[in-house]
Ligand binder design. Structure first.
Ligand SMILES: Nc1ncnc2c1ncn2[C@@H]1O[C@H](COP(=O)(O)OP(=O)(O)O)[C@@H](O)[C@H]1O
Ligand SMILES: O=c1ccn([C@@H]2O[C@H](COP(=O)(O)OP(=O)(O)O)[C@@H](O)[C@H]2O)c(=O)[nH]1
Ligand SMILES: [Mg+2]
Length: 197
């Protein structure tokens, strides 16, 4: 696998953060349709790597995901950095990463600092119902009630401090996400349209 490379000057990164089931992937897809940013889902990249029979990390990734735990960051950052290097774009939406303070520090130092954090704020019960419904068809090994509960715990203990870190830098826009996909997206779209104004 290629190595981690600092992003060129002028690269813009937006992190899309929020609990499991808050709607990160769904909203990123809508942003891509309207704005053409390149969407990188850390979870999707890890699942793709896990399925790659040539990967030496496949079994390790699978065991972390099944247990709702955070995969060692070097693996995730390498996958993200590789996709960024391969892309001709310079605007990236990174979804579901960083999930831990040390990942935020590491990515900022070695790849690029984000300019904006979209924080999708959703009630736990709403997220749980969405994930259980998604689990009926997703085939994901972590969309079951036992792993979902673990993911909520990891989110609260490990990932929320990342949002608090960026709040100190006034980079966070918090979006209430209990409403319908379209209602949530209207709020996100107006934030993005307001950038650079
Ligand atoms: N605002 C919403 N209202 C109802 N269902 C939603 C909403 N946003 C997403 N979903 C559904 O909830 C599930 C989780 O959404 P997803 O975008 O995969 O979230 P995340 O990437 O944050 O885990 C999906 O099945 C999706 O279709
Ligand atoms: O940067 C990341 C992103 C994801 N994951 C793992 O992948 C799982 C699924 O992440 P994803 O973002 O796809 O889940 P979502 O929050 O979208 O439901 C997580 O629970 C973690 O085990 C990880 O370790 N590091
Ligand atoms: Mg997702």
């Amino acid at each position: 696998m290629s190595e981690i490379v600092r992003a060129p000057e002028g690269t813009i990164v937006i992190f899309v953060l929020g609990g499991p089931g808050s709607g990160k992937g769904t909203q990123c897809n809508k942003i891509v349709e309207d704005f053409g940013f390149v969407h990188l889902s850390a979870g999707d990249l890890l699942r793709e790597e896990q399925r790659n029979p040539n990967s030496k990390d496949g079994d390790l990734i699978k065991s972390y995901i099944k247990d709702g735990q955070i995969v060692p960051m070097e693996i995730t950052v390498k996958l993200l950095s590789k996709k960024m290097q391969e892309s001709k774009s310079n605007i990236f939406l990174i979804d579901g990463f960083p999930r831990k303070l040390d990942q935020a520090e590491y990515f900022g130092k070695n790849v690029v600092e984000p300019c904006l954090i979209l924080f999708l704020d959703c009630d736990k019960e709403v997220m749980k119902q969405r994930l259980l419904k998604r689990g009926e068809t997703s085939g994901r090994i972590d969309d079951n009630i036992e792993t979902i509960e673990k993911r909520f715990k990891v989110f609260k203990e490990e990932s929320l401090p990342v949002v608090e870190r960026y709040e100190k830098e006034e980079k966070v826009r918090k979006i209430p996400c209990n409403e319908s996909v379209d209602e949530v997206y209207l709020k996100i779209r107006s934030i993005i349209e307001g950038l650079n104004k």
